[in-house]
Design a protein around this ligand. Structure first.
Ligand SMILES: [Zn+2]
Ligand SMILES: [Zn+2]
Length: 282
């Protein structure tokens, strides 16, 4: 049985109430349910570990949604009166938004555009303080370094509590990165301007608060450095000791996702006791 056929059957079991038979059979591994062959075929075809393959399959099923799957997926279930019965009408917009976000996030053009957009934002913020508010260079530099320092904690917090435990859409994207570390996945490049421009224009533009734009620029500097470093850790094999050290730490995170949340440094992992050591309990 091929992947499509296995997916179709798994989808069928899920929606007609056979999930209780499928889930224990696949996740436990020890039981011999009558659907083991379906899941087994899927696992063999994907060549993944049982739990990883099952999670992957369920993510695809949930992300596609009922209506979206029927319209666009290649593995939607066979037409039958049973399948036409439970069609929630409210899931369609959500599924559409999710599938659009996913298609944007998976595009290589978007991946590289995020760098262009974020460097542009950084330059714009710095220019605002220097040109419009006439902030002294030394003061702007101090604010920039403060923003950079704040970023290092943000990096840890976003990764640990945002990507691994937070809102589903961010978690899904990060789960896909863990499944395929070489894929070019990034949040849509419009997200950072939409989130950061309005407050900056309000605080620094409307109220004329000086220095806040340089602080934001420093924060973006850290974000860009993190993005570049994360890309290099997965795509290059440099010999520098510090690079190889960070690379091995990040590989450990991909194998043990509850350790080593820091990408550019280990400091916050030490503070929050999530650094992988030989004493870490597995
Ligand atoms: Zn990674
Ligand atoms: Zn992660």
């Amino acid at each position: 049985m091929g992947v499509e056929a296995a997916m179709r059957q798994a989808y069928f079991f899920h929606y007609v109430g056979d999930a209780r038979a499928v889930v224990p059979a696949s996740s436990g591994g020890a039981r011999c349910g009558r659907h083991d062959s379906v899941v087994g075929d899927f696992l063999a075809a994907r060549g993944r570990t049982p739990s990883g393959a099952w999670a992957h399959m369920m993510i695809i099923i949930y992300q596609s949604g009922w209506n979206a799957s029927r319209q666009s997926s290649t593995f939607f279930p066979p037409t039958s009166p049973k399948f036409d019965a439970p069609q929630p009408t409210t899931i369609m917009p959500l599924a559409s938004i999710r599938s659009w976000l996913r298609s944007v996030s998976d595009s290589k053009a978007n991946y590289w555009s995020t760098y262009v957009v974020d460097v542009t934002l950084l330059t714009f913020f710095l220019a605002w303080d220097r040109v419009r508010l006439h902030v002294a260079p030394i003061a702007a530099l101090a604010q920039f370094l403060l923003g950079l320092g704040i970023w290092t904690l943000s990096e840890y917090a976003f990764h640990r509590w945002g990507y691994h435990m937070g809102i589903p859409i961010a978690r899904e994207g990060h789960d896909r990165h863990h499944e395929d570390p070489l894929a070019y996945i990034a949040m849509p490049c419009v997200v950072t301007p939409v989130l950061f421009l309005p407050p900056q224009l309000l605080i620094a533009g409307w109220f004329g608060v000086r220095g806040i734009s340089s602080l934001l620029a420093g924060w973006f500097g850290g974000f860009i450095a993190y993005s570049v470093m994360h890309h290099c850790l997965h795509h290059y094999k440099w010999r520098f000791a510090w690079f190889r050290h960070l690379q091995s730490q990040h590989r450990i995170h991909h194998a043990l996702p509850e350790t080593n949340y820091g990408v550019t440094m280990r400091f916050w992992d030490r503070v929050f006791r999530t650094e992988f050591t030989k004493d870490t309990r597995l």
